[in-house]
Design a protein around this ligand. Structure first.
Ligand SMILES: *[C@@H]1O[C@H](CO)[C@@H](O)[C@H](O)[C@H]1NC(C)=O
Ligand SMILES: *[C@@H]1O[C@H](CO)[C@@H](O)[C@H](O)[C@H]1NC(C)=O
Ligand SMILES: *[C@@H]1O[C@H](CO)[C@@H](O)[C@H](O)[C@H]1NC(C)=O
Length: 366
């Protein structure tokens, strides 16, 4: 009998400790592998990737941080300002969805490809559509922890983050039609976008210049296929020596009919450059929030609050300027590319520019 009560007591303590610890799950974007370029990662200032901290550690680390308004809790005034920004985004989205001129570039059926992009957190009734190059791995980790298979972000082995059979973060496509419809109708749904051309530059750098160690297919399969089809004058030795150029990539991306067969061959890898409209079906699924990478400092806490998980996870300190749109960089990348190719590229991504309110890059086309 006495043992029995000891056990109950111990369980109670464990529960208390867990409840307390869960308040300090740290939503840490710093080590994001898909987030920003290496040089930028080094300038992230928050130290440590520990996710569950004792209160005293938490305090001392806080004091070490550089004071910045980004580390402060958003005031309720900020939040209501931001609510109107978010509401305007959704208004624009729905207006552009109705524009028949852009219809082909904005609508897509809610097919398997889209359902594969969307992750399900049943415990908190959240759906998250994954769009690469905006810190998505970290959002996924947070949702994995919230779903409960792992108790901290750090416990999730890197190779499990994207293994949705095992990590407890199922894809929407793994559910039945009835379950899918119910979730699409009732859950909080969000995704994050960034300037479409900056996104393509980022994808190009990450997949074809840096040559990710664990993803050799970009350099060894996809790049040669694009070069064969789109490089104007190519000698094989030349292609091998220089690898994919941004110019080749742009020509491939802007070629709507020609791409179709190649993209089927490339399979899932195209998620790094197909339009947001194709990835997340924003005109056919009624999303609750669309975050912008450029304003992630305000969008991240807004999303956490709107999803009702702001007490469970906190957003990282984002060094000022890191997410800002850089026109100089865009001009630099497009400086050697013909206006014709840029216009064709824009024609392909015009839907994304319009839906999410990014100004068309006239400075590149005129
Ligand atoms: C639809 O989109 C096109 C292309 O962006 C634009 O020129 C046109 O004004 C839009 N139409 C409406 C009704 O907003
Ligand atoms: C939209 O797509 C359909 C079928 O793919 C095509 O027939 C039509 O011409 C396209 N419309 C525009 C405005 O591009
Ligand atoms: C913008 O990009 C250019 C060229 O890549 C770089 O030199 C510059 O430092 C960047 N500016 C900012 C504010 O990050």
């Amino acid at each position: 009998m006495r043992h029995h009560w000891l056990l109950v007591g111990a369980c109670g303590w464990m529960l208390l400790i867990l409840m307390f610890a869960s308040k300090f799950i740290n939503f840490n974007l710093r080590a994001a592998d898909d987030y920003v370029e290496k040089s930028e990662i080094q300038s992230w200032t928050v130290s440590g990737t520990k996710t569950i901290k004792s209160p005293s550690m938490q305090k001392s680390e806080r004091q070490d941080e550089k004071p910045s308004d980004l580390t402060a809790e958003p005031s309720s005034a900020d939040l209501s300002d931001w609510r109107s920004v978010e509401a305007k985004r959704l208004e624009l989205l729905s207006a552009v969805c109705k524009n028949s001129t852009l219809r082909n570039l904005t609508h897509t059926s809610i097919n398997k490809f889209v359902l594969d992009r969307i992750f399900v957190c049943d415990k908190h009734k959240i759906l998250f559509c994954q769009t690469p190059k905006v810190g998505n791995t970290q959002w996924k980790k947070v949702l994995i922890v919230l779903n409960g298979v792992f108790s901290t972000v750090d416990e999730i082995p890197e190779n499990l983050v994207h293994d949705h059979e095992k990590n407890g973060l199922p894809r929407l496509s793994s559910l039945s039609q009835v379950e899918i419809t119910e979730r699409l109708n009732t859950y909080f749904k969000f995704f994050i976008v960034r300037d479409p051309f900056e996104r393509l530059i980022s994808a190009f750098k990450d997949k074809f210049v840096k040559n990710p160690r664990f993803e050799p297919w970009y350099k060894h399969d996809i790049a040669p296929a694009i070069i064969r089809k789109y490089r104007k004058s190519h000698r094989d030795s030349d292609a091998a020596a220089t690898g994919l150029r941004f110019e080749d990539f742009v020509r491939y991306l802007g070629d709507v009919p020609g791409r179709r067969r190649m993209d089927r061959q490339f399979g899932e890898h195209v998620i790094h450059w197909v339009t947001y409209a194709e990835l997340c079906a924003p005109c056919d699924i009624t999303y609750s929030v669309v975050g912008h990478h450029e304003t992630l400092e305000r969008d991240a806490p807004y999303i956490l609050k709107a999803a009702g998980i702001e007490r469970l996870v906190s957003y990282p300190t984002i060094p000022p300027g890191i997410t800002r749109y850089n026109q100089t960089k865009v001009e630099h990348y497009f400086s050697d590319i013909s206006k014709r190719d840029i216009r064709r590229l824009f024609a392909r991504y015009q839907g994304d520019f319009g839906l999410f309110g990014y100004p068309s890059p006239d400075f590149l086309m005129n």
